[in-house]
Ligand binder design. Structure first.
Ligand code: HEM
Length: 401
């Protein structure tokens, strides 16, 4: 057995701000061609699917949320309390109980129930830009659509969607050490304001229940016990933090990819039944979660290498998604066989909102493809960073209106 620290490995720095767009793809492809694992500043990065899934599924690994908080100096106070209770940071029985409460709301069938709402939302959003023939897709479509969807799913007024977007963005930043260090005050404020807003919504739903997430969670019971108000608002926060920035970023990348592949966009417009495949291809080709992380809670041996407890493992889904998936080119007609997607993670923390996200993306792309013929870039996309959620800050596009 070999101590992993003694291996001669290629280096990878996830905080390198030049890693985006084509350069990111090239660097990752080069790394994956050299090794199954790279050295990162605080740990290691897995590069193939099997290694990534091994660490994501390992019982001797946990999401390093508390570690990120410690390193960023968030050791006490309400934000630390929220971080300590976040579903992504819980394991074992506490995690199982919360997932059992959430899962029924997010099955494929339950998620499909929201498709008519999604269709109406994307239709209204498109109505605002239809005649223009050009827009910044991020500001005009990718940003409002997921927060409006999540407002509907939560049973909140549509007018609250911009606030939900803002809060979700800051709360999602708690998983990103650099953002936590730089914007702690702003994240803390978002958690505080969201809790206040959510408490009022919970009170309204207690007296006037409907079929939204909050009403369902109020009524739900797992193993004979119910959530108290503190647990409930925290769980709603988890859904908001996980469900807005992610879908927003993925939809923006989808539009960018199709703008660069007009023949695929025309094909989707012609054959809307390709939408599920188009969404899988977007999620595979440009995962907005290119890196997930784990910290080892015990010594682990894998592929004859020993990893001591406390080792930080970054799981690369970009290269993992391509492993065994055939031609890496973006193509919504290619059969990827059994090459599982890593964009939503793997194991017990596999994204609870994956079905909802897929439905959202399918509805948006199916609606827009026939209405935006000739989709093309109308300037350079402005890329975000790959640490945290890999999004776009702006995407100027044009089409034949
Ligand atoms: C394209 C969109 C999305 C992507 C790429 C994505 C990605 C992920 C990933 C990679 C994880 C697992 C993290 C880990 O194991 O380290 C995760 C977990 C999670 N996601 Fe998503 N997600 C998306 C949309 C959503 C939506 C729409 C919701 C809710 C409506 C959501 C809620 C959550 C929650 C609550 C967790 C934590 C699950 C747990 O700890 O058991 N996500 N997501």
């Amino acid at each position: 057995m070999i101590d992993v620290s003694t291996l001669d490995l290629p280096e990878f720095d996830p905080t390198d701000v030049t890693l985006h767009g084509e350069r990111f793809h090239e660097v990752m492809a080069e790394l994956a061609a050299t090794s199954w694992i790279a050295r990162a500043p605080l740990g290691y990065l897995t590069l193939d699917r099997a290694a990534g899934e091994f660490f994501l599924r390992s019982k001797s690994a946990t999401f390093p949320g508390q570690l990120i908080a410690e390193l960023s100096g968030v050791t006490d106070g309400p934000l630390r309390e929220e971080i300590d209770h976040n579903i992504l940071h819980l394991d074992g029985e506490r995690h199982r109980r919360l997932r059992n409460l959430l899962n029924p709301f997010f099955t494929p069938r339950a998620s499909d129930r929201w498709r008519p709402v999604m269709r109406e939302l994307i239709e209204n959003i498109y109505a605002g830009i239809a005649g223009a023939g050009r827009c910044d897709f991020v500001a005009a479509v990718a940003k409002p659509y997921p927060s409006q969807t999540i407002a509907a799913v939560m049973g909140a007024p549509l007018d609250d969607a911009p606030r939900l977007h803002e809060w979700s963005h800051w709360m999602q930043s708690q998983f990103d050490g650099v953002a936590l260090l730089e914007h702690r005050g702003r994240i803390e404020e978002a958690v505080h304001d969201f809790y206040e807003w959510c408490d009022a919504l919970i009170a309204r739903r207690r007296s006037d229940p409907a079929d939204d997430l909050i009403s369902v969670l109020i009524a739900a019971e797992a193993d004979g016990d119910r959530l108290d108000d503190g647990e409930l608002r925290n769980l709603v926060l988890d859904v908001l933090a996980g469900g807005v920035d992610t879908t927003h970023a993925q939809l923006a990348h989808a539009a960018r990819l199709f703008a660069g592949h007009p023949e695929q966009w025309a094909l989707l417009a012609e054959r809307p039944e390709l939408a599920p495949r188009a969404v899988e291809e977007v999620l595979r080709h440009e995962p907005v979660t290119p890196i997930t992380a784990r910290v080892l809670t015990a010594d682990v041996t894998y592929r004859d290498c020993s990893f001591p407890a406390g080792t930080l493992i970054l799981v690369g889904s970009f290269t993992g998604n391509r492993d065994g998936a055939g031609d890496p080119a973006f193509d919504i007609t290619t059969d990827r066989g059994n090459a599982r997607l890593m964009t939503f993670g793997a194991g017990l923390h596999f994204c609870v909102g994956a079905n909802l996200a897929r439905a959202e993306l399918e509805e948006a792309l199916t609606f827009l493809a026939p209405r935006m013929p000739g989709l093309r870039l109308d300037g350079e996309p402005s890329f975000g960073t790959i640490a945290g959620i890999y999004g776009l800050d702006a995407l100027p596009i044009a089409w034949d209106a």
